[in-house]
Design a protein around this ligand. Structure first.
Ligand code: SF4
Length: 661
C-alpha cells in the first residue's frame, strides 16, 4: 500500500475512538480523528501508542497442523473433517466455538450463523460473557431487550454523574476526559464515585463512597427506598410506563430500610450515604455509569437492576442527560451482542428460546439445523470440554488459558480435547500452545469490518496495512470451513460488505420497531457506501441513527412497560475468613490492555506500571509483615502470584488490588 491516511477505530476499549492512521514512506503514525463523535480527536495513552504496536514480531504467518506449517486448504479441511467426525459420532453439541470482543461484527455474524443455524449447536460463547453478560441480562429484565439507553453526549448534559465500579480515568480514558471537560464548563456538574478504592477517577469526585466490596446492590436498594420516602417518584411515568414498582420498593425496604442500615452494610459513614442520596434525589439530570466493578460479580445482574430501578422510579431515562449507562470493556463487546455471540442469543438481538425469533432467523438463513436451546456459557463451556462432553473447539481472537477464571482447569481441558483450533494473530500464546490447528488471523490495521461502541455507535475498522504471510480475516476462515462441511451456498461470501448487508437485512425482518436492534436502513449500502460508512448509532431504520433510546417511553417488553426488579442483595460468594482475610479486587492499569500481547510491545506504555503489584492499605501491609517496595506472595482459593508491594492509603482497609494484566 502506498502513502495514505485512513479513518478507522481504535481496537482497545469500548469507548470506540476514531483514529486516523497514516502510512507515509512505510512509516505508520496514528492520531485522533477530530470528526469521530466518540472522541473528537482525543486519544488516551494506549490509542496514541498504537503505531508502536503494529510490528510483525511474533506473528503467526501460516496455517499449522500438528506443529507443522501447511497450506490453507489442508488446515481448513482438517478442521472441517474434524468437526464433521465429532458431530457424526457424538452430535452437534460435542463441538463449540469460543470467540471474542476483539472480533469484528462480520466475523462474529458468520461464526454464529455456522454454529446456530447450520451445525445446530448453540455452544458458541464469547469472552464478552465475562465482562458484559450481567448488563445484557439486567437490560433484558428491565427493558425487554439488551438496550443501552444513553449516549456519550448525556455525560456532558448531566448535572450529576454517578460512577459505580468503574475507574473510567484508566479504563475509559477518553470518556473520562469528556467528563473532566464538562465539569470545567459546568460548575454545577457534580461527580460521585462509588468504588472500594480511591482510584484516579476520584480526582474529579465531589464525593467518594468507598463501599464494602459487593455491597452496591444494598446501596442502590437504599437509594430506591430513600427516593420513595422523599416523594421523588415520577408517579405518572411509573404508573403509565412501568410495572413491578411496589414489589421492588417492598424488597428495598426489607433489605436496606434506612440510611443507618445502608451505612452499616456498605461500611460507610452515614453522612456520606445521606449526601449521595440527597444529591441523587435533588438532581433531575443524573447519569449512572457502571462498568466491570458491577458486571463482574456473582450477583452482577441484580446490581445492574438495582441501579436501573432508581432511574425508572424517577423517570430519568430516555431524556437528555439522564439514564443508566453501561461502559463496555472491549472494542466490540456490543457488536458481539448484536450478532448473537452469546450462547443464549440469536442474531440481531433475537432470543433462542423465543419460537417466533427462531422461526424468523431459521427462515432468513434457510437453516437446516436451527438450534432450539441455549448452549454452554463461557466457563461451563470449558468445564464441558474438561468433562469430555465437548470434543472439538475453535477459539478465535482470545486467550482463554490466560484470561478465564480457573486458568489451570482451562489448560487441562484443552490439553485433553480431541481437536483444538485456534485462530490468532500471534504465534505464541498460552492457548496457541495447546492447538492442533492454528489459523493465522489478520490484525488491527489489516482487517476490515465494523465495531459497535458503548453508545450503540457502529464504526468502521478499515485496513491500511498489508497482512503478513498467509493471514486472513476470521470470517473468511469460518466461511471456508463451512464450505468444506457442505454449507457452501449459504456461506458464499465475497466481501465483508456482503456480510454486513445480510446482518442488517436480518435485523429488520418482521421488526417494525418491535425489536430494539434494527439497522435495516443500512441493508442496501453499496460496497462503496459501506466503505465510507460514517459512525452511526443504532437503531438505523431509514438512514438516520438514534442518539437516545426510550424517548417515546415504550420499552421492548410484551406490554411496552419497563420492569422494576425486586433485588435481594447477596454478598460475594466467598467471604473473608481466617485463611483468606483480605478481599482482592482486580482491574486494569492505565496503559495496558488485557494480556498485553499488543500494548506490551510499546516500551513507553510499560513505564507507567513496569511490574505486577499488589496495593494494600499501609495498616494491612504492616499487619501482613510486608514492606512498601518489597515482594509478596498473594494466595487466593484458586491460585497464587508473586508481586511487588505498594502501600496505598486509597485502598479500603481489608481489601487489596492486583491488576489483571
Ligand atoms: Fe482507544 Fe479506549 Fe483509549 Fe479511546 S479511550 S483511544 S478507544 S483505548
Amino acid at each position: 500500500m502506498g502513502n495514505k491516511s485512513i479513518a478507522t477505530t481504535c481496537p482497545y476499549c469500548g469507548v470506540g475512538c476514531g483514529v486516523i492512521a497514516t502510512v507515509a514512506n512505510g512509516v505508520v503514525t496514528v492520531k485522533g480523528d477530530p470528526d469521530h463523535p466518540a472522541n473528537f480527536g482525543r486519544l488516551c495513552s494506549k490509542g496514541a501508542a498504537l503505531a508502536q504496536t503494529i510490528d510483525l514480531d511474533g506473528r503467526l504467518r501460516a496455517p499449522m497442523v500438528d506443529g507443522a506449517e501447511c497450506d490453507w486448504d489442508h488446515a481448513l479441511t482438517t478442521v472441517a473433517e474434524g468437526f464433521k467426525r465429532v458431530i457424526d459420532k457424538h452430535g452437534p453439541d460435542a463441538v463449540a466455538m469460543y470467540v471474542s470482543g476483539q472480533l469484528l461484527s462480520e466475523d462474529y455474524y458468520v461464526a454464529n450463523k455456522l454454529m446456530k443455524g447450520f451445525i445446530g449447536s448453540a455452544n458458541i460463547d464469547t469472552n464478552s460473557r465475562l465482562c458484559m453478560s450481567s448488563s445484557v441480562a439486567g437490560h433484558k429484565r428491565a427493558f425487554g431487550a439488551d438496550t443501552v439507553p444513553c449516549c456519550y453526549e448525556d455525560l456532558e448534559r448531566a448535572r450529576l454523574i454517578v460512577l459505580v465500579g468503574t475507574n473510567a480515568a484508566w479504563c475509559h480514558p477518553v470518556l473520562y476526559q469528556r467528563i473532566v471537560a464538562a465539569k470545567r464548563r459546568h460548575q454545577d456538574l457534580t461527580v460521585v464515585v462509588v468504588d472500594p478504592r480511591k482510584t484516579a477517577t476520584c480526582d474529579i469526585a465531589d464525593l467518594h463512597l468507598p463501599v464494602m466490596p459487593g455491597s452496591d446492590a444494598a446501596l442502590f436498594n437504599g437509594l430506591l427506598g430513600h427516593l420513595d420516602r422523599e416523594g421523588e417518584i415520577d408517579r405518572q411515568f411509573v404508573d403509565d410506563h412501568t410495572e413491578g414498582c411496589e414489589q421492588a420498593l417492598a424488597c428495598a425496604r426489607d433489605t436496606a430500610p434506612d440510611i443507618e442500615a445502608v451505612a452499616r452494610i456498605c461500611g460507610l459513614p452515614e453522612d456520606t450515604v445521606a449526601e449521595f442520596y440527597r444529591l441523587f434525589a435533588r438532581t433531575e439530570r443524573v447519569v449512572t455509569v457502571y462498568s466491570q466493578g458491577i458486571n463482574q460479580s456473582s450477583s452482577g445482574t441484580d446490581k445492574v437492576n438495582a441501579i436501573i430501578n432508581c432511574h425508572l422510579l424517577t423517570g430519568r431515562i430516555g431524556r437528555i442527560g439522564m439514564g443508566p449507562f453501561s461502559f463496555t470493556g472491549q472494542p466490540n463487546a456490543m457488536g458481539g451482542r448484536e450478532v448473537g455471540g452469546l450462547a443464549n442469543m440469536l442474531a440481531a438481538h433475537m432470543e433462542i428460546e423465543d419460537p417466533e425469533h427462531r422461526r424468523i432467523v431459521k427462515t432468513f438463513w434457510q437453516s437446516p439445523a436451527m438450534v432450539d436451546k441455549p448452549g454452554f456459557k463461557a466457563v461451563d463451556l470449558f468445564n464441558a470440554i474438561d468433562e469430555g462432553r465437548i470434543k472439538a473447539v475453535w477459539v478465535m481472537a482470545t486467550n482463554p488459558v490466560f484470561s478465564l477464571p480457573d486458568a489451570d482447569r482451562v489448560r487441562s481441558a484443552l490439553s485433553q480435547c480431541e481437536l483444538v483450533v485456534v485462530s490468532d494473530v500471534m504465534r505464541e500464546t498460552d492457548t496457541t500452545q495447546l492447538a492442533h490447528v492454528l489459523f493465522p488471523a489478520q490484525a488491527w490495521g489489516e482487517k476490515d469490518g465494523t465495531v459497535t461502541n458503548s453508545e450503540r455507535r457502529i464504526s468502521r475498522q478499515r485496513a491500511f496495512l498489508s497482512a503478513p504471510g498467509e493471514a486472513r480475516p476470521d470470517w473468511w476462515m469460518v466461511a471456508e470451513v463451512a464450505r468444506r462441511m457442505g454449507f457452501g451456498e449459504d456461506f458464499d461470501y465475497r466481501s465483508v460488505a456482503q456480510i454486513f448487508r445480510e446482518h442488517a437485512l436480518l435485523s429488520g425482518v418482521e421488526n417494525e420497531g418491535v425489536r430494539d436492534f434494527d439497522i435495516s436502513g443500512l441493508s442496501e449500502a453499496s460496497d462503496r457506501e459501506y466503505d465510507g460508512l460514517n459512525p452511526i448509532q443504532w437503531p438505523v431504520r431509514r438512514g438516520e441513527g438514534t442518539a437516545r433510546m426510550f424517548a417515546d417511553r415504550r420499552f421492548f417488553t410484551p406490554n411496552g412497560r419497563a420492569r422494576l426488579i425486586p433485588v435481594n442483595p447477596r454478598p460475594p460468594r466467598h467471604g473473608v475468613d481466617d485463611d483468606f482475610p483480605l478481599i482482592m479486587n482486580t482491574g486494569r492499569v492505565r496503559d495496558q490492555w488485557h494480556s498485553m500481547t499488543r500494548t506490551g510491545k510499546a516500551p513507553r506504555l510499560s513505564d507507567h506500571a513496569p511490574e505486577p503489584f499488589v496495593e494494600l492499605h499501609p495498616l494491612d501491609m504492616n499487619a501482613c509483615g510486608l514492606q512498601d517496595g518489597g515482594l509478596a506472595q498473594v494466595f487466593s482459593r484458586w491460585g497464587e502470584v508473586l508481586v511487588r508491594v505498594r502501600a496505598d492509603d486509597g485502598q479500603r482497609r481489608g481489601s487489596a488490588f492486583v491488576p489483571m494484566h
